[in-house]
Design a protein around this ligand. Structure first.
Ligand code: CA
Length: 229
């Protein structure tokens, strides 16, 4: 059964929404304050959240933001003010839908059903999680080919990305420049292993807080490089 959380401080509205949703076969939980709503939204096992914007203690903006950090279930935001809806859209908080009060309960039920159906299709379509390497402050998303340093995305060229990824997925292993050149450049360019040194320098500028004291890619003098774990 689909479980729905309503976070709404106007009890009459919450009850009305609940009645209509229950008639359609949903199991409904109501929370009247923002703090309780947030707690339920994060810890409870819900399939969808109907979230009012103006709430005591913690508002809907904050709840939506926090929920999105942890869950991808549909969130429908409701507000009495049309202006607020525009504001929420502008903020890109990740709500799936917006409704201005007053709305007809049957319209709400229709939207709830549509969002749940879409969400189930998404889950069932085998959307795979990205393959990610995380070592201390570095996160390398191999699928999306993106790199984040302490949560901040950094731009990498193709070869820089390939080199960093190769080293990071073989940590604690010393590679010579020749080996790295073979691995990353292969036959594409005429052998100039100085290219490796140049790329390591560029990568360090992006990932190291202090390039003269690298915390990630170590130079093993006379041998090559190693990714520290
Ligand atoms: Ca309210």
């Amino acid at each position: 059964m689909n479980r729905i959380l309503i976070v709404e401080d106007e009890q009459a509205i919450a009850e009305l929404e609940k009645d209509y949703l229950e008639l359609s076969g949903f199991e409904v939980t109501i929370e009247n304050t923002g703090d309780k709503g947030l707690e339920q939204a994060l810890s409870g096992d819900f399939n969808l959240i109907i979230l009012d914007l103006m709430l005591p203690k913690v508002d809907g903006f904050e709840i939506c933001k926090r929920v999105r950090e942890e869950k991808n279930i549909p969130v429908i935001m409701v507000s009495a003010k049309k202006d607020d809806i525009d504001k929420i859209r502008g903020l890109g908080l990740g709500a799936d839908d917006y409704m201005t009060k007053p709305f007809s309960p049957s319209e709400l039920v229709a939207r709830v059903k549509a969002h749940l159906a879409r969400y189930e299709r998404l889950l069932g379509s085998g959307v795979k999680e990205n393959e990610v390497i995380e070592i201390r402050g570095i996160k390398i998303d191999k699928t999306a080919r993106r790199v984040y340093i302490n949560g901040e995305e950094k731009a990498f060229t193709t070869k820089e990305f390939d080199l960093l990824t190769f080293l990071a997925q073989n940590p604690n292993h010393v590679y010579t420049k020749e080996q790295l050149f073979q691995e990353i450049w292969d036959m594409e360019s005429i052998g100039d292993i100085a290219t490796v040194t140049v790329h390591i320098k560029k990568i360090r500028e992006k990932i190291e807080a202090n390039t003269s004291k690298p915390q990630y890619i170590e130079t093993i003098w006379g041998v090559g490089y190693r990714f520290k774990v």
